[in-house]
Design a binder for this molecule. Structure first.
Ligand SMILES: *Cc1c(COP(=O)(O)O)cnc(C)c1O
Length: 451
């Protein structure tokens, strides 16, 4: 029997990334409150949030300072826009704070309402940049298969998700996709190091095939998030850097997940020593408490778009919304002042990664990998042949359901189970996460009569 709220939901709520018909048969789980790394549903169940919501609640749930910041800002100035020569104190202060944390060569921030809008903004900025440089033919974007860059038309096209492209005739023209650095799935007998070089070289091959004079930018996540926490082999980024240095194309680093501490640095550009021209941010920027995103713009691109560009005919009603900006600024200040990211680097991420590696011994785990506060395991029936539990990646869903029943949110990406917990997760909570993951794996193995 479904509750009244569930019935109302079935009747009126069309939900994102869901099969709304089967959801209505089951009735959605209703999330009611949250604290720290836990949330609760309307049936009174408690869950350890191994995904920090959707990779965003970096600071953890229930930080009163963020609520107070929103309430104060709403009382003082609930809304004003940034168009037509105005700004607000929170938007300006937030831009300055972000610039102070970003790589040295990046000093301007363009605000949006989300990561998708930020990547749409990148799309327009890159094309505008090349027009202003007198090279209007440089319009093509190179992205990667199985990338995630958002869900608007340009962002979904930049992304490399086949199941998204199938709906709505995407990608739009002018976007091409090269191989991803997914060693476990596509390594084909090569060592990770060899495969990392090979995957990176597909960028150079594509540049040579299309012609440098037609390419505007290469876009990539530092590690693929929604694609399954795919962490490139150590040789990948150095080889990409070598290629980018050789050709005159812009580099967009999508830090929507990796930004604001996920890898133990403020940005993964610092972790991997990358020098992007544009950087996409959202999610951890406000720890998900309010919607906000943006593009961090390098001096090189700002010089052209701002010094030579005149009006940039682009922006959103809610670009840098004062309440969102104030909450984001408060969030960043807390991450900074409480040393949360330093703590991730020095203590909690080494501990999480050490314990996560224990899962590699499990009979249905083909690989356990991780970086900072993200991690993944590959579910297999056979560790040697890498045969999966079931065709069509159904094993991931089975494993996820056991995890939920055990009070742990662990997300399936095909046959890969991933986590991205709040950065504030402590050792005791990490222990709980690992114990619950182990029980979940045992139950999944038993379900498939393995081991
Ligand atoms: C979530 C995500 C986006 C899209 O952000 P939204 O705020 O959902 O629009 C873009 N890029 C990456 C890497 C993401 O993980």
């Amino acid at each position: 029997m479904q509750t009244e709220l569930q019935q109302k939901n079935n009747a009126h709520h069309f939900q994102p990334f869901s099969d709304n018909k089967t959801l209505a048969e089951k009735g959605p789980r209703i999330i009611t409150k949250a604290e720290g790394v836990y949330f609760y549903d309307s049936a009174g169940n408690k869950f350890l949030d191994g995904m920090a919501g959707l990779w965003c609640v970096n600071i953890g749930y229930g930080r009163k300072e963020l609520c107070d910041a929103a309430a104060e800002q709403m009382r003082e100035l609930p809304y004003y826009n940034l168009f037509f020569q105005t700004t607000t104190t929170p938007a300006t202060e937030l831009a300055a704070k972000i610039a102070s944390l970003a790589p040295d060569h990046m000093n301007k921030v363009f605000f949006t309402g989300s990561g998708s809008e930020a990547n749409d903004t990148n799309f327009r900025m890159v094309r505008r940049y090349w027009d202003l440089k007198g090279k209007p033919d440089k319009k093509i974007f190179i992205s990667r298969k199985n990338a995630y860059h958002g869900s608007t038309v340009a962002a979904a096209s930049l992304g490399g998700m086949g199941y998204m492209h199938e709906q709505g005739d995407l990608p739009i023209e002018g976007i091409v996709h090269i191989d991803q650095p997914y060693w476990f799935g596509e390594g084909d007998g090569l060592s990770p190091e060899e495969f990392g070089i090979k995957a990176a070289q597909s960028l150079e091959a594509k540049i040579l095939e299309i012609g440098e004079d037609k390419i505007g930018a290469f876009i990539a996540e530092p590690f693929q998030g929604a694609g399954g926490v795919i962490i490139p082999p150590a040789t990948y980024w150095p080889e990409i850097k070598r290629i980018l240095a050789k050709y005159d194309i812009l580099f967009i680093l999508d830090e929507v997940i990796s930004g604001f501490g996920r890898t133990g640095e403020w940005f993964a550009a610092q972790t991997f020593d990358l020098k992007p021209d544009l950087m996409t941010i959202a999610k951890g920027l406000s720890s998900g408490y309010v919607p906000i995103g943006g593009v961090i713009v390098s001096d090189k691109v700002a010089q052209v778009l701002i010094e030579e560009g005149g009006d940039f005919n682009h922006g959103f009603t809610y670009s840098g919304h004062p309440v969102a900006a104030k909450v984001a600024l408060t969030n960043i200040n807390i991450l900074d002042e409480e040393g949360i990211i330093k703590q991730v680097k020095a203590e909690s991420s080494p501990y999480l990664q050490k314990r996560w590696q224990e899962l590699a011994d499990h009979p249905i785990v083909g690989e356990a990998r991780g970086l900072g506060m993200v991690a993944a395991i590959e579910l297999v029936r056979d560790k040697v042949t890498k045969e999966r539990l079931e065709p069509e990646s159904k094993g991931g869903g089975v494993c996820r359901d056991f995890a939920i029943n055990n009070g742990l949110v662990m997300r399936p990406c095909g046959d890969t189970m991933i986590i991205s917990p709040p950065l504030v997760i402590n050792e005791k909570e990490i222990d709980e996460l690992i114990e619950k993951a182990k029980i979940t794996l045992d139950q999944t193995a038993a379900h498939y009569q393995i081991g």
